[in-house]
Design a protein around this ligand. Structure first.
Ligand code: 8OZ
Length: 366
């Protein structure tokens, strides 16, 4: 039997992938509490997963204001850059490729996680129907304040600085987190964006923030090392839009104009159903996109092989299977059984449920 295309190399912009399996970004809440820096266990965790064609790091805040949960890593301070540099060195030593996912949570935060205990920022002063975690308990997200028009360039500048830090940290590129109800998604959708200036109202206006962020990050990296993740029809973090199809068609059009390394799509409800409501179509958006397309959400081995074979996807990103199968690519290639992840250790803690999942070979001799 010939090797399925899923296991063959591909180029995403200027990034060479040894196979078409990506490790999806996975929030694990294990950064150093004092300074939100990655530590030695992150080095080991990502090194173990260097078999992926591309690792996308866990979402990492671009600024203190961009933080929404306890113990998520940042990419705005020298200590964080130093921590990430050890991670990228380890992944590169083991022949992997790794991009940093750049994150600003917007209104998905709590005053206790914000600088000076201030309210989080958002396009409009509308609280999300969502929960966050402050290190002790799950609690309702705080009511945000609306960003002043004059502040928006500063937020875009925070993305640009973070992108430069990612260069210094030795990444192969960056992925802009435009999904799951966080800041960029909040600007895109009319359920959270009620602005009356040039960042709200029409589709042209609601896509403006995304465009400016992409422009800033591309200015640092070049388009061929920048990807973006969108979740057009997901209601993650309580976000809605009255008419997502034309909105995301336009968003894809704008992205086409940049010639990015890839577009990464959460095809359905984040971490949940792939069913879409009447009138919504991922296939239509995919057909609209003219670059490297990375599919995500609930893919099995068979679905991934089929998607790449038929050209529906160029790359498939796996999330939870990568938590419990550091050697996921090898297991998929050999059609070996997959280990199930333990939800109790997804968020927070130390090595348990993080770096102690064995490879197939290690499990066989144990
Ligand atoms: C799970 C828990 C906290 C954050 C996302 C960054 O949904 C996340 C996230 C996932 O994109």
């Amino acid at each position: 039997m010939t090797t399925p295309k899923l296991f063959t190399p591909v180029r995403a912009g200027a990034i060479d992938l040894k196979n078409r399996i990506a490790m999806a970004p996975l929030t694990r809440n294990r950064a150093r509490p004092e300074d939100d820096a990655p530590i030695d266990i992150h080095v080991e965790y990502y090194r173990q997963r260097a078999g992926a064609g591309l690792i996308i790091t866990e979402a990492s805040q671009i600024s203190p204001e961009g933080k929404g949960y306890a113990w998520t890593p940042g990419i705005y301070s020298p200590a964080q850059v130093e921590g990430w540099k050890k991670v990228t060195d380890a992944v590169h030593e083991d022949g992997g490729r790794i991009v940093l996912q750049m994150w600003h949570v917007g209104r998905i935060s709590h005053t206790s996680l914000q600088p000076g205990g201030q309210p989080p920022v958002a396009p409009s002063a509308i609280a999300a129907e969502a929960k966050t975690f402050n290190g002790q308990e799950f609690l309702a997200t705080s009511a945000p304040r609306a960003l002043e028009l004059s502040e928006i360039p500063r937020v875009v500048e925070d993305y640009r600085k973070a992108a430069k830090n990612a260069v210094d940290a030795g990444f192969d590129g960056v992925e802009i987190h435009g999904a799951n109800g966080y800041l960029i998604d909040q600007f895109l959708r009319d359920g959270a964006n009620k602005r009356t200036d040039e960042y709200g109202g029409s589709i042209e206006n609601r896509t403006r923030f995304m465009r400016e962020v992409v422009e800033a990050v591309v200015g640092v990296w070049g388009a061929d090392r920048v990807g973006i993740r969108l979740s057009p029809f997901s209601h993650a973090n309580g976000l809605t839009d009255s008419d997502p199809m034309p909105l995301f068609e336009r968003a894809v059009d704008i992205l086409n104009g940049f010639g990015l390394a890839y577009l990464h799509m959460v095809e359905g409800q984040t971490g949940g159903s792939r069913e879409l409501d009447e009138g919504l179509s991922i296939d239509a958006l995919r057909a609209h996109f003219d670059g490297v397309y990375m599919a995500n959400n609930g893919y099995t081995r068979e679905m991934a092989i089929e998607a790449v074979e038929t050209g529906k996807a160029d790359i498939v990103a796996f999330g939870r299977p990568f938590i419990s199968n550091p050697d996921l690519v090898e297991r998929l290639e050999r059609n070996a059984p997959l280990a199930e992840p333990d939800r109790a250790t997804f968020y927070g803690g130390g090595v348990q449920g993080y770096t102690d999942y064995p490879t197939l070979d290690a499990a066989a001799v144990a």
